[in-house]
Design a protein around this ligand. Structure first.
Ligand code: PLP
Length: 450
């Protein structure tokens, strides 16, 4: 680019000529981001932020890893694009490398540009494989913003797109802190959530259900880690009724949970895994569906009726090949796991001891949430569900207090998530948590409990 804009010009042109996601266009106030490195990024005025959000929980490898950039440059110099029906080295290599790290018999990949498209194609595959129509999806979930993916979504982002795709039925997943089942222990929550799912299958007609989709660990809607036995129980229900189990690992996969895939933590193999984000940390848009042998076989002798101009895009695939190599060379999955068990978990629990507004700490790997409350006894959320404007002020103030101090948080409803890149050092994690410690004094001031 030859033009050099001032920071104000960058913001003004973005606001005047472009649309922003999920936003009241007249009220957006974006910061002009000009560079990034590792766990940090900078605005046009050279203010530095420690990235405790991994942007959209996707920069798993950190920003501007030189080897990924080199791989993109090399690929661009050789072949930027070819028809998705052609074979390329980058696509073949990536398919093979993914098969090496996926659980069970998930060997083939259909490539997309992101997570929503991956989920669209996963439900398409499940419906054709089973010859059934219905899909069960969880409340408190996000699966993307295209027609099918938003219909699967179990949060307020779906409402404006309703009525959505027919045949999608929502169920309650486990969330022990705010149990839909009046459970008092994790085990009870697991058992009751499974029996709720079984009841739903009974009244919906299990023979009409093509798939059950879930986020292995729920991301934006709260970092909800499944209780013991839950995923295995869903797997067993799917087996019993011939239903395809789809694990959406768009956010939870590629090291985020301290495993290649979050399902590895529980030793469960779904029939389809959808992924995007962390596969190449968003250096080039890429997502996909990892497909079991049985479902792949459905399309061995008949056409798969889906496609995208940019499926298997060479730049995205090359970035992902490099990223997987680096994950292995640098032990990134193991690092993410130990950050969770040895540093982030213990440090956040210490924060909870100091700050009454912290109602619950939960997570694993580099995937954590602090759920903030007005009163620990009643668990009243610090701000109401889906609040905005004046109602959400305490959380907005928390965000501002973090940003003033150079920490970029991820805030959703009454939670702040601690989701830095998997490559963050112990010192950098501590630096961020120290800022959070200061900032939480703001939300403590809204605490009314004893
Ligand atoms: C669990 C999950 N699934 C799907 C998506 C949609 O991915 P994309 O925005 O790449 O379409 C997201 C995005 O945040 C996600 O977190």
């Amino acid at each position: 680019m030859t033009e050099k804009l001032t920071s104000q010009e960058i913001v003004d042109m973005n606001k005047e000529y472009t649309f922003f996601s999920w936003s009241v266009q007249g009220q957006v106030n974006p910061i002009p981001v000009t560079k990034a490195e590792g766990v940090y990024f900078w605005d046009a005025d050279d203010k530095r932020y420690l990235d405790f959000s991994s942007q959209l929980m996707n920069a798993n490898i950190g920003h501007q890893h030189p080897k990924v950039i080199k791989a993109i440059q090399d690929q661009a110099a050789q072949l930027t694009f070819t028809h998705p029906g052609n074979a390329t080295e980058a696509r073949g290599l990536l398919g093979k490398k993914l098969a090496e790290v996926t659980p069970g018999d998930l060997k083939k990949t259909f490539f997309t540009l992101g997570g929503a498209e991956a989920n669209e194609n996963a439900i398409r595959m499940a419906r054709l494989h089973t010859g059934r129509n219905k899909v069960l999806a969880a409340y408190r979930s996000y699966h993307g913003a295209t027609a099918g993916a938003i219909a699967l979504t179990g949060d307020p982002r779906r409402w404006a797109s309703e009525p959505g795709l027919p045949g999608i039925i929502h169920y309650w997943g486990p969330y022990a802190y705010r149990s839909a089942f009046h459970a008092t222990t994790e085990q009870e929550e697991s058992d009751r959530a499974l029996s709720h799912l079984r009841d739903l299958l009974m009244v919906e007609g299990s023979h009409t259900v093509a798939a059950i989709i879930l986020e292995t660990v729920v991301g934006t809607n709260g970092i909800l880690v499944p209780p013991p036995g839950y995923l295995a129980g869903v797997r067993a229900l799917c087996d019993e009724f011939g239903i395809v189990m789809i694990a959406d690992e768009v956010m939870a996969g590629f090291g985020r949970c301290g495993e290649w895939f979050a399902v590895d933590h529980w030793g469960v193999t779904p029939d389809l895994i959808t992924f995007a984000k962390g596969v190449n940390s968003g250096y080039v848009p890429l997502g996909g569906v990892l497909i079991s042998d049985a479902i792949a076989a459905t399309f061995a002798d008949r056409a798969f009726p889906g496609g995208l101009t940019y499926s298997g895009h060479p730049l995205g695939c090359a970035a992902a090949v490099a990223s997987i190599n680096i994950f292995r060379e640098e032990g990134i999955v193991e690092h993410a796991r130990s950050l969770g068990t040895d540093v982030i978990g213990p440090e956040l629990r210490r924060l909870a001891e100091r700050h009454p507004c912290v109602g619950e700490v939960r997570g694993l790997g580099v995937f954590w949430a602090l759920e903030l409350v007005r009163d620990r006894a009643t668990r009243e959320p610090l701000v109401p569900f889906n609040s905005s404007g004046a109602q959400a002020k305490p959380m907005a103030e928390l965000g501002a207090a973090c940003k003033d101090r150079g920490l970029w948080p991820f805030i959703h409803f009454n939670r702040t998530h601690v989701v830095p890149p998997c490559t963050t050092s112990v010192e950098e994690v501590r630096e961020g948590i120290a800022i959070l410690d200061e900032a939480l004094k703001v939300t403590d001031s809204y605490y009314v409990g004893t």
